[in-house]
Design a binder for this molecule. Structure first.
Ligand code: ZN
Ligand code: ZN
Length: 402
């Protein structure tokens, strides 16, 4: 059975096609993990498990104190047959000491059995091993954790850190298993919440409080606008709902110019092209074409030389596009379709007017004040809704109303 999704724990997941060491339920979850996953995907793809140093060594990850990139390490796990007490079972002792420093530091082992950041329990244990006294022994700030969390870790992690994996979630005695890149994500999410006492109280106390309401844990409904290639090859509809994790990289982008004036503020991001049509030079129509995406990205900065045009990034090799509300509010496919239609067939002509290419004389300021407004869009939306043959449109609410 494949592992559950590293981001949302959904059981219906596929493995990363490059390293096979992390699993995802969707491209949105895969893209969310990518900033962390990319640090090791290639290294794990080329990693030879034949380099295992002994039959008792298990793969772990070293988060070096002075390097941005984590490193796979073989950790010797010694089987301890210590029948001091009746009923004692053999267990494995992981020899991480030398990885934590040359001064024989005492290792502190923290167990993770729940991803608090995303609100789900694990089916195994991830161990974070650090120097017990790292806060007071002169250890330097851990650059690797700072990089992996984009500086958002809450605790002052210092010194080298080793991550290990154990099957199951029982208390000791334990054995170890090779680490995966899904475990790296679990560790990074742990660094994002460790030290946040409001979350710890939430987990310990009010079980009824939905952890899905955690900003990092929830998914929001965005919309995928499929390009012609995805529509043609997969028979996909042009506008489909997409579940997007709240920490997907799309949320780091800037709202489009049009949506900044008009609202709601929209963030957009290209999906990678699918290999089924990516390199097909003969496919007609042009598979990357996505006019809705292009027109939603027209430049609306009255002081810009590029006014009324889409940046090259949104003209060439566009492909399918994700649209989300900046504040994480849900968007429906119908709402985004109406917004796209408004950009392409109502706004584009008045942009043309303002550069002297249309039938009417308009200034840029007039375009902004008369057309890039909520009123104007909602007036259009009311009519547009009623013109659609599909009756599901009648119940559709304006994207401003949530
Ligand atoms: Zn997922
Ligand atoms: Zn990978």
């Amino acid at each position: 059975m494949p592992s559950p999704c590293a981001i949302c724990n959904s059981p219906n997941s596929y493995s990363c096609a490059s390293c096979y060491s992390a699993a995802y339920c969707s491209i949105e979850c895969q893209q969310t993990d990518w900033p962390v996953h990319k640090t090791l995907c290639k290294i794990f793809k080329n990693f030879q498990s034949s380099t295992r140093t002994s039959s008792r060594s298990k793969l772990g990850l070293l988060l070096p104190v002075d390097s941005k990139t984590p490193r796979p390490v073989w950790v010797e796990c010694e089987l301890i047959n210590d029948y001091e007490y009746e009923g004692d079972l053999p267990y494995e002792y992981s020899h991480v000491d030398s990885l934590l420093g040359t001064d024989k530091p005492f290792p502190e082992r923290k167990s993770i059995t729940r991803n608090i950041f995303r609100g789900f329990s694990l089916d195994h244990t991830v161990k974070v091993v650090c120097r017990e006294t790292f806060l007071v022994d002169g250890s330097k700030k851990n650059i690797c954790i700072e990089e992996l969390t984009r500086g958002k870790m809450l605790h002052d992690w210092r010194g080298p850190i080793v991550i290990l994996s154990e099957p199951g979630t029982a208390i000791d005695p334990r054995i170890y298993q090779d680490i995966t890149l899904s475990d790296l994500r679990i560790a990074v999410d742990y660094f994002l919440t460790y030290g946040d006492y409001s979350i710890e109280n939430l987990v310990a106390g009010a079980r009824s409080v939905s952890l899905a309401s955690r900003p990092g844990g929830a998914k929001v409904q965005g919309v995928r606008i499929n390009c012609l290639g995805d529509q043609k090859v997969f028979g996909a509809k042009q506008y489909v709902a997409a579940a997007v994790p709240r920490d997907h990289p799309v949320f780091l982008s800037t709202p489009t110019g049009i949506s900044t004036y008009m609202g709601p503020p929209l963030l957009m991001r290209k999906y990678p092209p699918h290999r089924a049509w990516k390199d097909d030079k003969n496919m007609r129509p042009y598979p990357y074409q996505n006019q809705a995406a292009t027109f939603m990205n027209l430049n609306a900065d009255v002081n810009s030389q590029e006014w009324g045009r889409a940046p090259l990034h949104w003209q060439n090799e566009v492909g399918s596009m994700m649209v989300v509300h900046k504040d994480g509010k849900d968007l429906t496919p119908h709402q985004v379709e109406a917004l796209a239609y408004y950009c392409q067939f109502k706004l584009q002509p008045v942009f043309e007017d303002s550069i002297g290419a249309g039938s009417v004389q308009r200034t840029r300021k007039e375009v902004v004040s008369q057309f890039l407004t909520r009123n104007m869009f909602e007036e259009f939306f009311d009519i547009f809704k009623r013109e659609q043959s599909d009756k599901s449109w009648l119940a559709e609410t304006s994207p401003y109303v949530q």
